[in-house]
Design a binder for this molecule. Structure first.
Ligand code: NAD
Length: 272
């Protein structure tokens, strides 16, 4: 392991998570903001990344040339859009560096391209980078295993700010996957993602999702396991985006000396 600070590129540097990442990396001794990338045509290209993040100047101008930044860097922290993330994973593979992916809403075709990039890049991807939510997933898996589908119904409830563009959230899906693992079933075949109108009774063994959007809510998630006369509720509240940014930096530092491959936050946190 090198004793030098890890050189990190923040892509989507002007976004909500991008700005949080820049402030977080700046405060961590083992990592540095080596470059900051925004999309072509963004009004932030050319501006100082620290100023955008409210830190004051840090001497890193935002660029729209990701590959030039990647080839000199050791890792990329990416909370952008699925289309951008797929492109960045290809570039990270070319540069043979670490790619930490927090972006949610990826399609199966996107996931396939990310898996292909992981033959050369060290990729850590998770719908939620916080320790608390990953632990909640482990608890949900255990609870789902203990409380069987004949007597207990599982519902995942989430709320996020009004700007969020995908639903259910990546975290809700992560929690649903964990519950499905506990039950030994495939989530895709048992999930009920929307209910409207005359739905008929609830199918036994389904994992339901409910989505709320509004205001500035950073992220609220509950897994409800409802039986006859009792309900078990496991929940997590995020009040500050820095929990995701600290997890992302931890993931990059963890992946620094790993072999190429696709890892999850459970690997990073030793919860697997
Ligand atoms: P945001 O819209 O505030 O920021 C996204 C940024 O990416 C924007 O500044 C945009 O200009 C930039 N961008 C888009 N395409 C780009 C490209 N090709 N090159 C460079 N930059 C590009 O969104 P946000 O709230 O910061 O969330 C971003 C993503 O992260 C979402 O998918 C969200 O769900 C996810 N997220 C994940 C976690 C987690 O822990 N995994 C936590 C929070 C948010």
């Amino acid at each position: 392991m090198s004793g030098k600070a890890m050189k990190l590129v923040v892509v989507g540097a002007a976004g909500r998570m991008g700005q949080t990442l820049i402030r977080t990396i700046h405060a961590i001794a083992g990592a540095e903001v080596f470059a900051a990338v925004e999309r072509e045509g963004s009004p932030f290209v050319g501006r100082d990344a620290g100023e955008i993040a409210g830190l004051g100047p840090i001497g890193v101008a935002v660029t729209d040339k990701p590959l030039e930044a990647f080839v000199e860097a050791e890792g990329v922290l990416d909370f952008t859009t699925p289309a951008a993330t797929v492109e960045f994973s290809g570039l990270a593979a070319q540069a043979r560096i670490v790619h930490v992916i927090g972006t949610t809403g990826c399609s199966e075709a996107d996931e396939e391209r990310i898996r292909a990039a992981a033959r050369h890049a060290r990729i850590v991807k998770s719908g939620n980078m916080s320790l608390g939510v990953n632990l909640l997933g482990v608890l949900a898996e255990t609870a789902a295993r203990a409380l069987g589908p004949q007597d207990w119904d599982i519902e995942v409830l989430e709320m996020h700010h009004r700007h969020k563009v995908d639903a259910p959230s990546g975290t809700a899906l992560l929690l649903g996957q964990a519950a499905a693992r506990g039950r030994g079933i495939a989530l895709a075949e048992h999930s009920v993602r929307v209910r409207d109108g005359h739905t008929g009774p609830r199918p036994a063994g389904a994992i339901g999702f409910a989505t709320l959007r509004g205001g500035s809510v950073v992220g609220e998630h509950s897994v409800l396991i409802a039986g006859e006369g009792e309900t078990v509720t496991l929940s997590h509240s995020a009040t500050d985006r820095s929990i995701f940014a600290r997890g992302a930096v931890q993931a990059a530092l963890w992946a620094r000396d790993r072999k190429p491959g696709l890892y999850s936050m459970l690997d990073v946190l030793g919860l697997n």
